[in-house]
Write a protein that binds this ligand. Sequence first.
Ligand code: NAD
Ligand code: ZN
Ligand code: ZN
Length: 352
Amino acid sequence: MAPSIPEKQWAQVVEKKGGPPVYKQIPVPKPGPDEVLVKIRYTGVCHTDLHAMKGDWPIPLKMPLVGGHEGAGVVVAKGEMARGIEIGDHAGIKWLNGSCLACEFCKTGDEPLCAGQQLSGHTVDGTFQQYAIGKAAHVSKLPKDVPLDAVAPILCAGITVYKGLKESCARPGQTVAIVGAGGGLGSLAQQYAKAMGLRVIAIDGGDEKRSMCESLGAETFVDFTKSKDLVADVKAATPEGLGAHAVILLAASEKPFQQAVDYARPRGVIVAIGLPAHAFLKAPVFDSVVKMINIKGSYVGNRQDGVEAVDFFARGLIKAPFKTVPLEKLPEVFELMEQDKIAGRYVLEIPE
Ligand code: NAD
Ligand code: ZN
Ligand code: ZN
């Protein structure tokens, strides 16, 4: 028997750019022919949701908006053309809610680059609600024995850092500097890096983040709020002091994006992932050339990256701390995030 679906539901709705989100009742959406309706049980809060509320980026923004794009739950309805996923399956809704599936990028496994993409919690409503819509082709099918609270952050943060580490081409035994290591993406990046055989230098601020990073397997923690010479401290932690083989930039602030070349190893790869508003990547031409530095961007992951990132998690290799609070508390989570006070991730529990 199909589950009964109410007409109305609780949601956090951003009604004007800048917020705050308003906790209120709104209609439950109906899935289109190629879509599924997921009853969300847990959803992570990504810094991207805060950027979205503030209108930080030069891309279309739906308003009013239900944010959220790390939603894990159960499929309760599907359109007649939705393939590969059934009512009752556990599913995750990601940042990439849908793409055209027909353009050059979609055909070559680069669907995050599709010009026809839909973004959960930016161009379409996301997962800060009891029932959310996803394109059947893009929702992540989740194994039933995987806990829905802990897997939620994998759906954006996990996939993104896993993809970024692959883009860095760092090999087992090499050293990766993770900038913003104490945040949501950073905590997961340390776990994926470790599972991939990489050595981690964690860069972030404060004692709570230091002890979290040390427990997640970082060999060295450099505190950017206390270090007198961050570049020297990072280099000192790398083999022969020559710098990091890879730098993964996850901070939502601009400064580290202008500093990474200084502690990257010759031939090092710098992967920009964090998306601070109105920021620029700036690097000295001379050092970048004579050190043969490779600077690149990395944007979420494709559907197969999603499958692989969830698989690492399902095999028990990825354990990052998260705190669970009710959906109602989203404004408080945003306040803590704005002040860089969150070690790891917050996960919202959605009312039944
Ligand atoms: P977060 O707030 O949980 O973590 C950011 C961390 O950066 C915090 O721990 C903060 O203390 C730290 N930080 C701030 N300034 C720093 C500095 N100068 N040096 C070192 N660390 C510093 O945020 P999050 O959810 O992990 O997201 C991080 C960024 O990644 C956001 O901009 C988000 O929008 C972006 N993001 C990008 C993608 C992508 O596909 N490229 C995907 C998801 C998120
Ligand atoms: Zn496309
Ligand atoms: Zn995200």
